[in-house]
Design a protein around this ligand. Structure first.
Ligand SMILES: [Zn+2]
Length: 386
């Protein structure tokens, strides 16, 4: 039973550093003014109004570090998606701003907005208060955890937020941004994307534009990646074409920086252009990089119409271990993104189930600790800051 986490697994989970490489609570706090301190019901699988990542559920699931993804919806979405164009006409100013304001300034505003909500949000139980505190460095992460708080790191999904200005890379770095996911759903002047939405979700004519897999980084994209690597912002290749990913890996390797994919599956088990094949897994592992496994069946299995998914996450991790070694494995839930999490891993409170399932599948305690947090620590030390 997925529900029953063994006492040994729970102890291991509690003693481990638990890191989620990619989740979007900021999207829900910004869009719908959802409150971080409230316990929300997850809601329907694809409901854009659901809120999966809140303080009570992070506390239940023993989360220690959250890479908080700020995503500014791309302007191309308006052109591509009639229903969103229509909704925008009746939306409040705060939501119109997503498309009307300068993308860089609006992204900064969303970072500020999430941070100020985090500062005002507490959850207390058994005389321990949980709060989300933002880290500006690796040392901050330890400091925050020593107070039993959850360390959050700002990350940005989609380099359209740079607005084509190279100096904005440094401005994000100075604001504490630890990682930028270069691509997202549309061409953004930085890195070419693969299809980021499953065919079944491409409803109402949206997200159906063809993608060109031969495209990689643009000249500005190469400059931006170079600047990120020099300053020490982790470069996330999720959503990039293989062509772009190959360029990033060789640039990162040349500068001894770890290349990262925060929320993907593997091509051997789910044949999607977003997923690395075995040779790419080995290259990323050899470069000291990290591959975070996403909690969404479409990206991790061909049996994606099934509702449970914990077993597919475990299978993906087994494949990564066999191919690249356990050192390249991480966890990137993508909760509160454009996702459909499996029924048995639907919010952060259920994270201990993964520890239990990995243990039952033969992963050692040491390997499980590496997957949850120690690999991330290594990558953060090598990739964030100088
Ligand atoms: Zn994503």
């Amino acid at each position: 039973m997925a529900d029953a986490v063994s006492p040994q697994a729970q102890r291991l989970h509690d003693a481990s550093l638990i890191v989620d490489l990619h989740a979007h609570p900021s999207f829900k706090t910004y869009l719908w003014r959802k409150r971080l301190a409230d316990r929300h019901r997850p809601g329907g699988s694809l409901s854009p109004f659901s809120m999966r990542v809140d303080l009570p559920k992070m506390r239940d699931g023993g989360l220690n570090v959250l890479l908080s993804a700020i995503h500014l919806p791309e302007r191309a979405l308006l052109k591509d998606c009639g229903p969103i164009r229509l909704a925008k006409m009746f939306a409040p100013r705060r939501l119109k701003d997503l498309f009307d304001r300068n993308p860089f300034e609006q992204t900064m505003k969303m970072i500020d907005d999430f941070e100020s909500q985090a500062r005002l949000s507490y959850f207390s139980r058994d005389n321990v208060t949980t709060q989300l505190e933002f880290a500006m460095s690796g040392a901050d992460v330890d400091d925050i955890m020593s107070r039993h708080h959850i360390a959050a790191l700002h990350t940005i999904e989609g380099a359209h937020s740079l607005d084509g200005e190279i100096q904005n890379v440094r401005k994000f770095f100075d604001r504490g941004v630890a990682l930028i996911t270069l691509a997202h759903f549309y061409e953004n002047g930085v890195a070419a994307p693969v299809h980021g939405v499953p065919p079944g979700m491409r409803k109402l004519g949206c997200f159906d534009e063809p993608v060109d897999l031969s495209k990689g980084l643009t000249p500005f994209g190469r400059d931006a990646v170079e600047e990120m690597l020099d300053l020490g912002i982790l470069v996330d290749m999720t959503h990039c074409t293989k062509t772009a990913r190959d360029e990033v890996v060789s640039m990162a390797t040349a500068k001894s920086r770890p290349p990262v994919m925060t929320h993907v599956g593997v091509k051997a088990l789910a044949d999607r252009e977003m997923n690395p094949d075995d040779a790419e897994i080995r290259t990323i592992a050899d470069a000291g990089g990290l591959i975070g496994v996403i909690f969404m069946n479409y990206w991790i299995t061909e049996h994606h119409h099934t509702k449970p998914g914990l077993m597919f996450v475990v299978e993906t991790m087994k494949h990564l271990k066999q191919t690249g070694g356990v050192e390249c494995i991480g966890v990137g839930s993508d909760f509160d993104g454009f996702t459909d999490p499996p029924d048995d891993l639907k919010d952060p409170s259920q994270l201990p189930r993964l520890t239990d399932a990995l243990s039952r599948a033969g992963f050692t305690d040491d390997e499980i600790e590496q997957i949850w947090g120690r690999n991330f620590r290594r990558v953060l030390a090598g990739g964030w800051g100088r």
